[in-house]
Design a protein around this ligand. Structure first.
Ligand SMILES: CCCCCCCC/C=C\CCCCCCCC(=O)SCCNC(=O)CCNC(=O)[C@H](O)C(C)(C)COP(=O)(O)OP(=O)(O)OC[C@H]1O[C@@H](n2cnc3c(N)ncnc32)[C@H](O)[C@@H]1OP(=O)(O)O
Length: 228
């Protein structure tokens, strides 16, 4: 068997395509109603595929990096990472009104209460969106406290809009507000977050690529936008 290590932009693009196919597989697993024999047969094929992927391992997901165009890219991120099959992935853009915005459609895979989205999934998306809002405002930091108000059940299978904006800063602490809403603006879940620039990050040079070390919490990269 020939194995090829995933390197370079075309390798990453192929990894993202694999992740998307895996999402579709996960969706299919969530709702399939094929017979037991077919389930057993598909499982055997998946076991073989899993072994092929495990033939060469990196050990950690794709790290933060500066992608083409100079923007922060985190393909392994659980919310936005195009190479992470667990990520929806959420595509976050700068909002014309300021702050950040994302269009989201949850799936049966995200079920919590029957027919509805799990509250932890909503909180995860809002955590990231608020973090992105403070990051683009110049305060790349870690979540200290996240407060969620669930105002109405979140449906899956229909388009929703998530927005967040930085609100204020005091020293190393910054705050942001956000919400997941129906397209007409009706809020379903609201969030307020306190983000803190870790003391371990102080004194680092955020423009030095040499400090771009996977898993190093002491590295605050420059944030001008975000790809995948
Ligand atoms: C993943 C981020 C990577 C960013 C890279 C930049 C690129 C950006 C690009 C794209 C945006 C990405 C967006 C991501 C969004 C997702 C974010 C997450 O999910 S983060 C994971 C969950 N959060 C943690 O795991 C934190 C774990 N906790 C810690 O690391 C520390 O406890 C930390 C940093 C929160 C504070 O540690 P200290 O040593 O820096 O702070 P001390 O000196 O102890 O306290 C400073 C002040 O803050 C208060 N404080 C400390 N922790 C607090 C807390 N949890 N809640 C409230 N206040 C707290 C203290 O009472 C103190 O306040 P007084 O100055 O005395 O008034």
């Amino acid at each position: 068997m020939t194995t090829e290590v995933t390197t370079g932009e075309s390798g990453l693009a192929a990894l993202c395509v694999l992740a998307q196919q895996t999402r579709e597989l996960m969706d299919a697993v969530a709702v399939t109603d094929v017979g037991e024999g077919e389930l057993v047969a598909v499982t055997a094929e998946l076991t073989a595929l899993t072994e092929r992927l495990n033939a060469v391992r990196r050990g950690t997901p794709q790290p933060f990096e500066i992608g083409p165009g100079g923007t922060v890219r985190h393909l392994g991120n659980a919310v936005t990472g195009a190479a992470n099959p667990y990520a929806p992935p959420v595509v976050i853009e700068a909002s014309p009104e300021g702050g950040v915005r994302a269009e989201i459609s949850f799936r049966p895979l995200h079920e919590g209460p029957p027919g509805l989205v799990h509250g932890g999934i909503s909180a995860m998306v809002l955590d990231h969106l608020l973090g992105q809002a403070v990051a683009v405002a110049g305060f790349a930091s870690m979540t200290g406290t996240l407060t969620i108000r669930y105002r109405a059940p979140v449906p899956y299978g229909r388009p929703l809009v998530a927005t967040a904006e930085y609100t204020r800063a005091e020293g190393r602490k910054t705050w942001a507000d956000g919400r997941i809403a129906l397209p007409d603006g009706t809020p379903l879940v609201e969030a307020t977050g306190l983000f803190i620039v870790p003391s371990a990050w102080l004194g680092r040079d955020p423009t030095d690529p040499a400090q771009l070390t996977p898993g190093d919490a002491g590295w605050p990269p420059p944030v001008t936008g975000q790809d995948g």
